[in-house]
Design a protein around this ligand. Structure first.
Ligand code: NDP
Length: 435
């Protein structure tokens, strides 16, 4: 029987990844934006533009966070926070935490998503707000997000030190690790405003949909038409984000929420990396109205939707199986399973069911395959003129392979011999028969 611990990378890897996140990610966000918006999506052109002036050239292209950028971010954040607080939603219980708590949420994500997109598109339609303004100030917005989110993470660290919201908190004894991985699992403002739901879902994931629509509108206003490549890219990204909000309560059971604490790694990532890097294929397409032709556009669209559906179905299958305590059908049959017991950090013995059939019988993290392929298909409309639009797919592949390792390590330490049994029954980690 294993005991659940806060398994993360070794301090050495944590220091290295924190240093690189801190030092490389912010300039990368700016370089990515600059290349997509001002250098035709060509990393070579950016290199040539900057080479002669060196560091000073880079300093020159880094936009200062302007008042307009701060206003856009503040209005958006306040609007999303208000929707999170005031929209009605079903009461949903999250999974039991390592300290034995059960967080409670209000499931109003679909409504917040619908209200956000309707308001945004409505404001554009009735000329109340011009989304092109967001695109035109994108560099300043990313710059403001980089600094603002860093300050936000410092505040999270201080809150974790002096006013933690629950017993799922505490220091590792190392300030760097505490700041990087976070102090609290479920930080809240008051009793109900969940900070991770805000940063990950309502700010980060919502910004993905809002920016996808922004890019579409910008291309339409610049060229007087919408290329089929942009349409396919936007539809697929919106299908993905719609799926996310449809399944948001399920997301509250995943590693991001149930295991990763609210620190720099997850919060800065959701506040900065999601709006900039995750939306980057669309950012590229704004100035590249590529015509795919109806047939190719449809093939890509169908393949992308299929991948997003399979990814959704993997998550749904696991959650349905857990929700019904294994009393459900998986691919038309009674599921095969392992009853795994473990000990919580308070010493209580509990059991979980591990599904070993359906998608979860193909590989232990098969759901990452359609996730990566889905991202590939919404990037494919950019064709192969430049590498940079594919950066997200490459990044996602590395992230998910690392995540599979982290999850395996955590589950091995939590379930011990039961996880070993699962690995014997389902030997592949991600790609059936290959890896
Ligand atoms: P999940 O949290 O959904 O699944 C892993 C957890 O499920 C494990 O920690 C374990 O938790 C439980 N589990 C593992 N194996 C089994 C099994 N056989 N039967 C039942 N339960 C099991 O994983 P992720 O959070 O990584 O992924 C969730 C979704 O988010 C996926 O669709 C993924 O593709 C997507 N994602 C997208 C990312 C992006 O940046 N685009 C990044 C990460 C994920 P327990 O302790 O409860 O047993």
């Amino acid at each position: 029987m294993g005991s659940e611990s806060n398994m993360v990378h070794s301090p050495m890897v944590t220091y290295a990844s924190m240093l690189s996140l801190l030092s490389l990610c912010p300039p990368f966000v700016i370089l990515l934006w600059y290349t997509m918006v001002h250098a035709d999506g060509s990393a070579m052109q950016t290199w040539n533009n900057l080479r002669e002036q060196g560091l000073q050239g880079f300093v020159n292209i880094w936009p200062k966070p302007t008042a307009t950028a701060w206003k856009i971010i503040a209005c958006y954040a306040a609007f999303e926070a208000a929707l999170q607080i005031f929209l009605p939603g079903k009461r949903v219980e999250g999974p039991i935490s390592p300290a034995g708590n059960r967080p409670v949420y209000k499931a109003n994500g679909v409504l917040a998503y619908a209200v956000t997109l309707t308001t945004y598109i409505g404001f554009w339609w009735f000329k109340i707000f011009e989304p092109s303004l967001v695109y035109d100030h994108l560099g300043e917005i990313f710059s403001a997000l980089i600094f603002g989110s860093f300050v936000f993470c410092i505040l999270l660290y201080i809150k974790g030190q002096i006013a933690p919201s629950s017993s799922d908190s505490g220091s590792s004894g190392n300030i760097v690790i505490d700041f990087y991985w976070g102090m609290e699992l479920y930080p809240r403002i008051g009793k109900n405003f969940d900070i991770k739901v805000f940063t990950n879902c309502r700010f980060g994931m919502m910004s993905w949909a809002v920016l996808a629509v922004t890019y579409c509108i910008k291309q339409y206003e610049t060229y007087g038409r919408l290329a089929d490549s942009m349409l396919v890219n936007t539809i697929l990204m919106l299908v993905y984000v719609t799926k996310f909000f449809w399944w948001e309560a399920g997301y509250w059971n995943t590693m991001d929420i149930a295991h990763d604490r609210a620190g720099f790694y997850i919060c800065w990532g959701c506040l900065v990396w999601v709006p900039s890097v995750y939306t980057s294929p669309g950012m590229y397409l704004v100035n590249h109205p590529i015509d795919l032709g109806i047939q190719l556009a449809l093939y890509i669209l169908v393949a992308g939707i299929l991948c997003i559906y399979i990814n959704y179905d993997c998550d749904r299958q696991r959650q349905e199986f857990r929700r019904t305590n294994g009393k459900c059908l998986v691919w038309g049959k009674a599921p095969s399973k392992i009853v795994a017991s473990y000990t919580t950090s308070t010493g209580e013995t509990k059991t979980s069911l591990l599904l070993t059939s359906g998608w979860w019988g193909l590989a232990r993290h098969f759901h990452y395959v359609p996730e990566i392929l889905g991202a590939f298909f919404w990037t494919l409309p950019a064709l192969f003129g430049h590498f940079l639009p594919y950066f997200y797919v490459v990044f996602l592949t590395i992230l998910l392979f690392d995540r599979a390792k982290r999850d395996d390590d955590r589950c091995r330490s939590k379930y011990g011999k039961y996880w070993k049994l699962y690995c014997e029954k389902v030997p592949s980690k991600i790609v059936p028969g290959i890896y």
